[in-house]
Write a protein that binds this ligand. Structure first.
Ligand SMILES: Cc1ncc(COP(=O)(O)O)c(C=O)c1O
Length: 423
């Protein structure tokens, strides 16, 4: 960081402040975790400067000898980690990965069946605000009103009536396991491709903590920065017969030059994901989510679906008379970050939804365990119930800071390396 300090002290100071924010904030954002310092070093490495198009051995620029090795390493590690036949590690994001999966085997106007955003799906699964909805004809399935879980019979009925060319499984906020076998069977019955977006779940899947969609699907995509704890960017896995189509849908179809530094960071993340340390963090992520949900329920907060099978806990705040947005704001004021989220059957508008989505990936990376989940549940409830009461909130803020200081982020991995950035 010494060069950044010399060239741009404003940016340098911001990086220091961000590092401090991370250390002193309880991060319950379900879509993030803390990348290993080795991942960050790869992201900021000399590979940032290499311009290259195409794939290893088939590049459009010279000088790719090491870039080729980096990408091959990332691909091979990724395939081994997930037991996939083919991996494309070039997507700049999960959204780009999804777009490329659609365009790999579909034509503009083709039909896709996916989960509705209001039930937990993602924008890139055909939401009207996403370009995906302008390219393809989407129909959506939701969740059962009572169980708040996917109703596979309903998916089957819709698939038969709609006749999609592709069925998408996967979500941004769905705390239960998806039965990939059942979804694949439905896709087969209607001769549709089966695509799983496991953006949120990749780390849990890599560690074998929850079932993998890979054996059931034609395509799988994920982002690397959520439970996988890697850098930014996405990945596509697919069966061998789709490999060429996926590769050309990414380049030149949807993207230009590859981000070799991103790919290097992915390679590091895939290596780390094969360690016992990583598997421990993923087991802890799952246990923490289950325990956090139980602790909140004990305090009479309703948890959507009554619990969780992954890293997400979705709180329904409608009984507390507070919106998800207000809860998000007051929690951030005491150093707890989480995000407002729509819940099944939500009456609120997008900004005023009734849900709060929590995730335990980042606190597991800090090695927080069950006692800390009880404390976190207590801190959340005290904050929501005492909103508007400055003195009470100051006491919570101080408790949050104490808890965070007891579980430093970057010294978790490297005893001698206390900060992700340093002078
Ligand atoms: C299910 C799902 N797919 C795709 C994405 C998009 O990933 P990215 O932010 O890398 O574009 C997300 C992001 O939250 C997601 O939850």
């Amino acid at each position: 960081m010494k060069h950044l300090m010399a060239v741009d002290s404003e940016l340098f100071d911001l990086a220091l402040m961000e590092a401090d924010r991370i250390e002193t904030t309880l991060d319950l954002i379900a879509a993030e975790s803390h990348a290993h310092p080795a991942v960050m070093e790869a992201l900021g490495s000399v590979f940032t400067t290499k311009t290259t198009e195409g794939y290893p051995g088939r590049r459009f620029h010279a000088g790719c000898v090491h870039a080729d090795t980096v990408e091959t390493l990332a691909v091979e590690r990724c395939k081994a980690l997930f037991g996939a036949e083919h991996a494309n590690v070039q997507p700049h994001s999960g959204t780009s990965a999804n777009l490329a999966v659609y365009f790999s085997v579909l034509d503009v106007g083709d039909k896709i069946l996916s989960m509705d955003l209001s039930a937990g799906g993602h924008l890139s699964h055909g939401h009207r605000a996403s370009v995906t909805s302008r390219c393809f004809r989407f129909e959506h399935y939701g969740v059962d009103a009572k169980s708040e879980c996917i109703d596979y019979e309903d998916v089957r009925r819709r698939a038969k009536a709609f006749g999609p060319k592709m069925i998408v499984a996967g979500a941004s906020s769905y705390p239960r396991l998806i039965d990939y076998g059942k979804m694949a069977k439905i896709a087969k019955e209607v001769s549709a491709y089966f695509f799983v977006d496991m953006a949120h779940l990749a780390g849990l899947v890599a560690a074998g903590v929850i079932p993998s969609p890979v054996p059931h699907s034609d395509f799988v995509s994920f982002s690397c920065y959520k439970t996988l704890m890697g850098g930014r960017g996405g990945v596509i896995l697919c069966r061998d017969p789709f490999a060429r189509k996926v590769d050309s849908a990414i380049f030149p179809g949807c993207q230009g030059t590859a981000a070799v530094n991103f790919i290097a960071a992915k390679a590091v993340a895939f290596k780390l994901a094969q360690t016992e340390e990583f598997r421990r963090i993923q087991r802890l992520t799952l246990e923490n989510a289950v325990n956090l949900a139980a602790a909140l329920e004990e305090k009479r907060y309703r948890i959507v679906t009554g619990g969780t099978d992954n890293h997400q806990v979705l709180m329904d705040l409608s009984g507390q008379g507070v919106s998800g947005a207000t809860a998000e704001t007051v929690l951030e004021s005491v150093g707890i970050v989480a995000n407002r989220n729509v819940i099944p059957g939500d009456a609120g508008r997008a900004g005023q939804v009734s849900g709060l989505r929590l995730g335990t990936s980042a606190v597991a990376a800090r090695k927080m365990e069950r006692p800390e989940m009880d404390r976190i549940a207590d801190l959340i409830c005290r904050t929501i119930e005492n909103r508007g009461q400055g003195k009470m909130l100051s006491a919570v803020e101080s408790d949050v800071c104490d808890l965070c200081r007891a579980f430093p982020v970057y010294s978790v991995w490297q005893k001698n390396d206390t900060m992700p950035v340093g002078r």
